[in-house]
Design a protein around this ligand. Structure first.
Ligand SMILES: [Fe+2]
Ligand SMILES: [Fe+2]
Length: 190
């Protein structure tokens, strides 16, 4: 499936707003990939597809999880907001025929992060948070920082996301903590 066919199909399954988010995430991911020596083709494909299961209702996601025997951990089981990332990776493989594990992995962890994130994982994580439609807290700072210091941009994003989750009193996935610890242990700081 070529990129134009993928875009056409995504537009149908995601609806306008989410499709625009995916396009914009891809635009940012391509730009960051060029700055950080990652394949722009990989970055574009991963970013376009990172939310491809986002169009499902909770009920449909439950069905897909059962059909594809997705193993959810204890936190994921309790937090439906975390389901679309592993499901998007599965849809990318099954429906869009993406076989590259690097790409699937970056989709799978795009909302939580993880320890040992690859450059591609970091680019997708940041691009999702800072694409041009986003108006999140400190998004402009992170947008400016990411081309120069990807690790610090990831750390800032994780910190903001964790602070938000704390405030909301909802579960925090351990992968986000692993990602943060990993960067701090590497000496990444402001
Ligand atoms: Fe997402
Ligand atoms: Fe997203």
């Amino acid at each position: 499936m070529n990129i134009e066919d993928i875009k056409k199909e995504l537009q149908q399954i995601l609806g306008t707003k989410r499709f625009q988010h995916s396009l914009s995430t891809a635009e940012m991911a391509v730009s960051l990939s060029k700055r950080h020596g990652v394949s722009p083709e990989q970055a574009e494909l991963a970013a376009l597809l990172h939310d491809c299961a986002r169009g499902y209702s909770i009920h449909e996601m439950r069905e897909q999880i059962a059909t594809h025997q997705v193993e959810l951990d204890e936190v994921e089981q309790k937090e439906p907001g975390l389901w679309h990332a592993p499901l998007s990776a599965i849809m990318a493989e099954v429906r869009f025929n993406v076989k590259e594990e690097d790409i699937l992995q970056s989709i799978r962890i795009h909302s939580t992060g993880n320890h040992g994130m690859s450059l591609l994982d970091k680019i997708i994580y940041i691009s999702d948070y800072t694409e041009y439609h986003r108006k999140h807290l400190r998004v402009e700072d992170i947008r400016e920082l990411a081309p120069h210091n990807l690790n610090l941009a990831v750390l800032m994003t994780i910190n903001i996301k964790i602070a938000y989750l704390l405030e909301q009193e909802v579960l925090i996935h351990p992968r986000s903590i692993f990602a943060r610890n990993d960067l701090l242990a590497q000496g990444v700081k402001k």
